[in-house]
Design a protein around this ligand. Sequence first.
Ligand SMILES: Cc1cc2nc3c(=O)[nH]c(=O)nc-3n(C[C@H](O)[C@H](O)[C@H](O)COP(=O)(O)OP(=O)(O)OC[C@H]3O[C@@H](n4cnc5c(N)ncnc54)[C@H](O)[C@@H]3O)c2cc1C
Length: 542
Amino acid sequence: MTATLPPGNLVPDLTGVDAFSGDALVSDAVASYAPALSDAVAALGREVWAPETLAAARDAHRHLPELRTHDRLGNRSDTVDFHPAYHRLMAQGFGHGVHALSWTSAEPGGHLARAVLSYLWNQVDGATACPTGMAYAAIPTLRDTPELADFARLTAVHGYDPSFRPVGEKSAATIGYAMTEKQGGSDLRANVTVAQPLAARGPGEAYLLNGHKWFCSAPMSDGFFTVARTEAGPCCFFVPRWRPDGTVNGIAINRLKDKLGNRANASSEIEYHDAWAVLVGEEGRGVRTILTSSDYTRLDFAIGSAGLMRAALSQALFYADRRSAFGARLSSLPVQASVLADLVLEWAGATVLALRLARTLDHHDDVEQRLLGRILTPVAKYWNCKRAPLVAEEGIECIGGNAYIEEHPLPRYYREAPLNAIWEGTANMMVLDVERVLTKEPKAVEPLLDEIRDVAAGEPRLIDALAELETAVTSPAVGGRRLTCQLALAMQAALLVKHAPPAIADAFCATRLERDWMPTFGTLPHGADVAGIIAFARLEWA
Ligand SMILES: Cc1cc2nc3c(=O)[nH]c(=O)nc-3n(C[C@H](O)[C@H](O)[C@H](O)COP(=O)(O)OP(=O)(O)OC[C@H]3O[C@@H](n4cnc5c(N)ncnc54)[C@H](O)[C@@H]3O)c2cc1C
């Protein structure tokens, strides 16, 4: 048999490479803005491409969660069984504080450092990045609600406790968000689940909920933020899995969704039957209350999409440096090198955009930064999530048939990628949010334009983009996806001028601003420093 095999040229798995210290864009950002947290982030960076981590991510997606509606004796149990690989990933992600570093560290740059943890974690596994992202978003609201102090404390723990017990008996907690109903997810005001006060009404008081949720991911979480209505309108509630009297709460898990991707994460359909819940915030202001968490989850999907792009890019570059065709390495073949370099530009733009957004949260008491964060949140969530599927697809093609095979990690990224645009506000919801900012808080665009102005001198394409934007943001006729794209591209270009090598900023401006580019990757203009661009993104695997 062996004698009939052709010689080598099959590329082994990408393993044993440090995903953080070799990634200059993120390691420089942490060194500049969160130096004291560098070690905490570096520790995860060493595990991203470890063989055990890769095996766990693969196994968790091959052995899917199973719903147990009833126990052997016919009693309702409403639990989900997960493969040990899933629990291993949860313990790893939560253990590193992917969900909480910003809330548990007093060091400067906590949100930036945590965002980099999430960027790294999304290179490992999107399914467990859902519960880490939800916990991250939940902690401030839990902390603001005295009745939920135990949940606040246990959700912030850097650890994982999967046991199904009342929260007071646990060493760590996880949190879900159950908002979407059958009749619609974007329009939460259409929710029909009803809430009735048990006795007194008002924030912190107990209510009983009856109704359903059509999507509820991570249903084994210890509690859920949810929306239900009273006479006053939609309200935000927190529903624990266990009632205060120690009995299991009235949450029936009807079914797990059979999903395109993100399959290791159970996503369920649930019903509330007199589910005991605590009102969070005022009655009738539930949509506003629950959306206070969305700044965090939207950042998490913007940075998560950048991480997913980085994973696909790292795989493509590693392969192209080792595989030969027509007597040369793939990465040195001009047509392929242009594709790889274009992917580098896409990843670099997405990464600096999300990191800039994360930094605004580290300075939330500064009005300018808060305003910048207000507009950058929908811009970055929209743009990064829209671009990730394209990068995953091109990453597969860079590797060819070997990445279309399920043993390779890329099919997992490919199926995961479209999800980030859908949940936590679809692309159109982000566009409408940008329009809302420009109408109701027009001042928010000023810090964004200022950031571009600060670096535009010397880059004529940025000066032109800025002039276009200055007109567009004040013109009622302009808006929609077009304006959101313009804002994203100009901001990415400005950030790359500031934070990336000139070869990258120059090619980005030429393609994305000057539009010297065609609508597929790999159409960089002649003269782009393709080798220099690729070299910047290589991890240390040579
Ligand atoms: C795997 C997975 C897990 C999920 N987990 C959860 C979860 O844990 N908790 C939870 O609450 N939800 C969850 N969701 C649901 C998700 O949040 C919703 O799918 C999402 O909010 C969109 O709602 P929808 O599917 O009802 O689409 P719709 O709201 O019906 O929207 C359909 C399309 O119409 C567009 N649209 C809607 N309104 C407008 C408008 N005014 N202008 C322009 N376009 C518009 C949308 O952008 C979208 O493209 C999950 C979804 C998936 C796929």
